[in-house]
Design a protein around this ligand. Sequence first.
Ligand code: BF8
Ligand code: SF4
Length: 624
Amino acid sequence: MSEKKSYDKATEEGIKKAHSDGVETIWDRLEAQQPQCGFGQLGLCCRNCNMGPCRIDPFGEGPSKGVCGATAGTIVSRNLVRMIAAGAAAHGDHGREVALVFKEMVEGELPGYEIKDQAKLKAIASKLGIDIHREIKEIAEDVARIALLDFGKQDEKMLAFANAYAPESLKELWKNINVAPRNIDREITESMHRTNMGVDADPISLSLQGIRTALGDGWGGSLIGSEFSDVMFGTPYPVESTANLGVLEEDKVNVIVHGHVPILSEKIVEAAEDEDMIELAKSKGAAGIVVAGMCCTGNEITMRHGIPTAGNFLQQELAITTGAVDAMVVDYQCIMPSLVDVADCYHTKVITTSEKAKIPGAEHIEFYPQQADEIARKIIKRAIENYPARAKDKIKIPSEKMDGIVGFSVESIVEALGGSLNPLLDAIKEGTIKGIAGIVGCNNPKLEHDKGHIEVAKELIANDILVVGTGCWSIAAMKAGLFKVEGAKLAGDGLKAVCEQLGIPPCLHMGSCVDNTRILVAISAIAEALGVKTSDLPVAGAAPEWMSEKAVSIGTYFIASGVFTVLGTTPPILGSSEVVKLLTEDVEEVTGGKFAVESNPHKIAGLMLRHIESKRAQLLGKRG
Ligand code: BF8
Ligand code: SF4
């Protein structure tokens, strides 16, 4: 556990406020959990059947096998595959929801939604081999059908989306080692089947299924989520935004949207702009309405509309402790059940909206896309009505907030480069930009909040590495000023010159966690343009503060797509040297990517830099 809780002043202030108000936070609960279970940390406990729970003694003194005979390697790899399956399920279910809303919209059943980006729809259709010289509705129907089939088709062929988006070299590799994902849901189901008592016991075969499941996420579930969101809500283009708890305003109704899916948050943003809602807020004594995002649904609405972001994962409780949040509206994923306990000490209404994610003590207003506008207005109204219930003496909003530019989709990056990737490729060849790093993922109270995210990014840009990223990293980067064009002053001379010429920041916000697929798409396009494999590129990834099972799936699809990826917190695999060796060494010979585990930000950056330098040298050598 880290001594200092956060790198971010607003968060430190929030923690102090929580303590003085007698509110328990995530850091208190982490402390109460110490020491955490050693077997669990090593991945050595199994409760997959009721002959157990079983645990393996890592010191070789106690049992070396579970009741059924499962070894450390079997148990660790089974647990890992289940983590991947859960993460892929979260992303896949999100992607499915977006695709289903899209389908119903196309069928004319959802008046609240529309196709905002026809060009993007046609681009997706072209990739899928669909005839685009037809009515938009016909194209949309075909795209929706193919996407939904990727969740349910029963043949052995690769997902249509993976097949359409992944470079040939990767597809060939996946076929050769039999990890090409066939059906997003099937891979998750098969992972659960194989890890069930008495099925797959081989760490290698289990890990390969983990890879196949993760690929079904990155090149399937998440990709579908991102692409359909772009079609319905618009492909992101650079827009100015603001981040940190200081975006909340004392004299306005503050509504935080927290979670992941843009289906609801987009509508909340719209409803809050309605004249009659603003009038209603004024009638209650408020000067207006602020909608602010949190976590990835925050990323979704900031990148498309510049809506401010109140904070990342570890700031969710603290937002409520400002005493100024009138409603915290959540959909699903990364929402701490503790929010209702925190809200109990203030006036805040925690409103759950998804049938899939209810929290005891929260108010549930179920969201149906059929009545999207009506329900969004109802929620905003609820927040407005709650405004007069504030306890004035409990309100204290940290002043910190930072502006920056967000919303760099692949399309907008190409546009910023003047229509093709060539200027970027030239800069990489010349060495003005030495390589590209993706930094992604969560916060974790085991580490100093935001520190890894910011320090790794700063060190990389200082070494002329262009940094792109998503998720809670991007909120940390924004708060630290790394999304400002002036942030380029922290970059090395080469990167600085490129940023100044293009008017872009040195770190580019590519969206939410499902939008990691934008990074996959970008590196695939670069590899194809250079005529090399993704694993030949001067590219590296890191998740310095990850905590979610989704991050395990993300990391796994990156290494299976040829990217060297550093994990900042240790995954529960150290109980099996066989599994550790497989994922941090042997896999590289097969996919070209592998994991490293390192928590020190300076060392994380060092590992990434070394990898990028060596790939650069090889690439330039190869290309003569
Ligand atoms: O999907 S980075 S804490 S909010 S899991 Fe969650 Fe992690 Fe944040 Fe986004 Ni992603
Ligand atoms: Fe124990 Fe085997 Fe059952 Fe796991 S599957 S709980 S190791 S008996």
